[in-house]
Design a protein around this ligand. Sequence first.
Ligand SMILES: NC(=O)c1ccc[n+]([C@@H]2O[C@H](COP(=O)([O-])OP(=O)(O)OC[C@H]3O[C@@H](n4cnc5c(N)ncnc54)[C@H](OP(=O)(O)O)[C@@H]3O)[C@@H](O)[C@H]2O)c1
Length: 269
Amino acid sequence: MDMQVQVIPPIGLGTFDLQGRAGLEAMNSAIGAGYRHFDTAQSYGTEENVGKAIRRSGIDRREFFITTKITAANLGRIERSLDESLQVMGLDYVDMALIHWPAPDNDPPVCNYIGDLARAQDRRKTRMIGVSNFTRRLVDEAIYEIGGGRLATNQFERHVFLQNRKLARHCRDADILVTAYMPLARGGLDESSDMKRIARKHGATPEQIGLAWLMEMGSVVIPKSANPDRQVVNLAARDVRLDERDMAVIAGLDCGRRYIDPEWGPTWD
Ligand SMILES: NC(=O)c1ccc[n+]([C@@H]2O[C@H](COP(=O)([O-])OP(=O)(O)OC[C@H]3O[C@@H](n4cnc5c(N)ncnc54)[C@H](OP(=O)(O)O)[C@@H]3O)[C@@H](O)[C@H]2O)c1
């Protein structure tokens, strides 16, 4: 396996919901549009489609960046579950493996399992490791256990209505890249007249503005679309450049609107 350092592509395709034949077609169209980064998880039921789409594309595996996430039930068997994911995908390694959620009530605590994720990386099952839905305190617990410089990313909900600046700053200070999930606020960005106005100014769509803003803030984004045209639109957000005025207006849209907040989830800080 080639372990050369590969930069994380700033836009990936979210694959939640992209199951079955329609899901596979959506992944094929995404590859055709130029996506090389896919975000899946053991719990999404989309790992198989991601593997199929990549293998059938005829494109060198090393051009892709594949993230999967370890589900809560597998925290006690991280490496074996990663082996199962690789088998389902038909791949030798993933590029990123994340702990999908901290355990409810932090029981078992982070120190009980994060070392196992680091060992799976040492054994080259994954090129990079990270966490998802980890608060500042939980990030610190993980770093305390496995040392600084090992976690490549923390993936959490981030969009113009939930800017999560404290957590993002905390991650940046620890050299951990932020991956913004649900970056399109589930397709709800056009509710904002400010977003529509900024979009008109740039000849863009509110969704492109939302993605461009996150990338300007230093986050990787993983918008999901099953629609080939919208996949192209989202990828073209790479070409949108926001100015200081736009950034200031968007800063004012933060209203703490959190879409994903399970009662067993961590206490957000
Ligand atoms: N780590 C975690 O716990 C976690 C939690 C949630 C999500 N995620 C990841 O983040 C990814 C993205 O989140 P998400 O899928 O919930 O939400 P999202 O990407 O914010 O929004 C997806 C919705 O927006 C629509 N859409 C996409 N592009 C659009 C465009 N250009 N214009 C208008 N509507 C558009 C999609 O519909 P169409 O498909 O019809 O285009 C879909 O309904 C997930 O797929 C998953 O990979 C991770």
